[in-house]
Write a protein that binds this ligand. Structure first.
Ligand code: ADP
Ligand code: MG
Length: 538
């Protein structure tokens, strides 16, 4: 037997669990069932795709309570873990962002969403346990299984277990009964039943206790929306997304005919912490005729909609389809196109019918959605239709359509200025004349704005025009060019002095209070873009 230490971050997280930071302790059971369900999915998939020889005929989860011994056991006959995997998966937290989570958790004592977002999963058992035992054997391996044990206080022991069956058994040794905490007796059958029904009803494998199966196993996406409660949708959302907060919007889709599929999608109400990290998990779950095939299928949804969570269940794919084949598959590409259209039209509906939800959506995900302007030309218009931008016209963001409606006589371009912040843009000397003459200017402050305004030709026939660029932007300039008159000698002098620094020096209507400002040529890049390229080392 070996005694090992939890990795530092794991240890801190366990401390938080042991000194329970969350009042709803019931969820530890959901986490164990969720892991068991994942393990069963993995075993089934390995037999289908990798030719693993294992018995997949009666995949199930078993619960067993012993009030005398005060234990609750969750057993699955799924994929199991090797000794190395147990040490690696249970002893460390590899997830990116854990350190950040820990800091936040310490600041906010009561923050269930944070835990959910990072999916501490297995460790949540230490909210109710004084000791946890895990017995496991990996399917398809020879030799012994593994026993893992810990009280959650810094170390765990690990040992060979010669007679462990294939799969995983987790035994939770519950803390002594607390008189005040009578509600929380997790050896109480009705209580267990209630928790399973509430959190794990949709799990697609039977969850058995004694002779009974506790869950209905109904695939949520296959049931009519009218028959599914919000609670059920939310639980399912939590199961697949590890996000504790409620989804913003639920989308059901069903296609019949030559190529059948069902989809259940969720728009989250909050951006995940890693929305802009390259290695973040993204993609949808793929099922084929109710059989789980893969997580994080990127082929089903483009990157700019990577925050969308959900399930696609396709009827006509092969069960052993690989990621490589998925990328080529015509039907998958068709489903992807439909999902994109549906997501964008759902956001448009929110915009028209539920401005508050729309505002939340755009605040959280607008930055990501705008990436689609660069790489999904088919949907450029649809994306611009649902986009809103800060503007000099007021504190509320505006749509492009509303901007165009407010355009002044003679104005035929959409004016914008990019920058790091609203304040910076508003105080730019480039703004002065536009402000003074009452022209509205869009204030674009997301990094991606720099790029798409260059790439998108126009909206509704109106070109995007940076106010930091070109010589004649204002209709008034076109009408009456400023006579150089008395200023000619000054201009000549300045041009001589600044030959190295600027191309030209000229009079302008742009400024009302500042003495001078730098502008780019029409074809030059904007100052902010120049800065960005420089930062990127180009
Ligand atoms: P998550 O489920 O979000 O990955 P958990 O803390 O719940 O995080 O579990 C950590 C890992 O331990 C899982 O990803 C899985 O690889 C492994 N694991 C946990 N429970 C089981 C189980 N019953 N069978 C097989 N592997 C498991
Ligand atoms: Mg888990």
């Amino acid at each position: 037997m070996e005694t090992l230490e939890f990795q530092a971050e794991a240890r801190q997280l366990l401390q938080l669990m042991v000194h329970s930071i969350y009042s709803n302790k019931d969820i530890f059971l959901r986490e164990l069932i969720s892991n068991a369900s994942d393990a069963l999915d993995k075993l089934r998939l390995a037999t289908l795709q990798d030719g693993l020889e294992a018995d997949a005929s009666d995949l199930h989860i078993e619960l067993e309570a012993d009030p005398e011994a005060r234990t609750l056991t969750v057993r699955d006959n799924g994929i199991g873990m090797t000794r190395e995997e147990v040490v690696e998966l249970i002893g460390t937290i590899a997830k990116s962002g854990t350190a950040e989570l820990l800091t936040k958790l310490k600041e906010a004592k009561e923050s269930p969403e944070l835990i959910g977002q990072f999916g501490v999963g297995f460790y949540s058992t230490f909210m109710v346990a004084e000791k946890v035992e895990l017995l496991t054997r990996k399917a398809g391996t020879e030799g012994h299984g593994t026993r893992w044990e810990s009280t959650g206080e810094g170390t765990f022991t690990i040992d060979d277990a010669p007679d462990a069956p294939v799969g995983t058994t987790v035994t939770v040794h519950l803390r002594p009964k607390d008189e005040e905490d009578a509600l929380y007796d997790y050896t109480d059958t009705p209580k267990i039943r209630e928790i399973v029904k509430k959190y794990s009803d949709f799990i697609s494998f039977p969850i058995r206790m004694g002779e009974d199966t506790l869950n209905s196993m109904k695939a949520l996406w296959a049931r009519p929306r009218s028959e599914v409660s919000d609670e059920e949708y939310h639980e399912f959302y939590r199961h697949i997304s590890h996000d504790w907060s409620e989804p913003l919007e639920i989308i059901n889709m069903r296609a019949e005919g030559t190529f059948e599929y069902e989809a259940l999608l969720f728009l989250p109400s909050r951006a995940p912490h890693d929305l802009f990290q390259r290695d973040a998990r993204r993609g949808l779950q793929l099922y084929v005729k109710r059989v789980f095939i893969m997580d994080d299928s990127r082929e089903l949804i483009p990157d700019y909609l990577r925050f969308v969570k959900g399930v696609v269940d396709a009827a006509d794919l092969s069960l052993n389809i690989s990621r490589e084949i998925l990328q080529q598959d015509r039907h998958i590409q068709m489903i992807r196109r439909r999902l994109v259209k549906k997501v964008l039209s759902t956001v448009k509906d929110l915009m028209n019918n539920n401005p508050e939800k729309y505002a939340t959506f755009w605040r959280e995900f607008g930055r990501a959605v705008k990436e689609g302007l660069l790489n999904d030309s088919d949907n450029q218009k649809a994306i611009l239709d649902i986009a809103t931008f800060a503007s000099t016209a007021g504190s509320e963001p505006t749509t492009l359509a509303a901007y165009i409606e407010r355009m002044k006589e003679g104005q035929d371009e959409i004016y914008y200025l990019t920058g790091d912040s609203r304040a910076q843009v508003e105080n730019s000397p480039h703004m002065e004349a536009f402000q003074a003459q009452g022209y509205e200017v869009l204030i674009l402050t997301d990094p991606v704005d720099e790029i798409w305004v260059e790439a998108v030709p126009d909206y509704d026939g109106k070109k995007f025009q940076s106010v930091a660029r070109g010589s004649v932007d204002l209709p008034k300039d076109k009408e009456e060019p400023e006579p150089e008159g008395d200023f000619a000698p000054l201009l000549t002098y300045l041009k001589e002095q600044l030959t190295e620094q600027v191309k030209d020096v000229r009079l302008s209507h742009r400024l009302t209070t500042s003495a001078a400002c730098l502008v780019s040529d029409t074809d030059d890049i904007t100052p902010a873009l120049e800065k960005m390229y420089r930062a990127m080392g180009q």
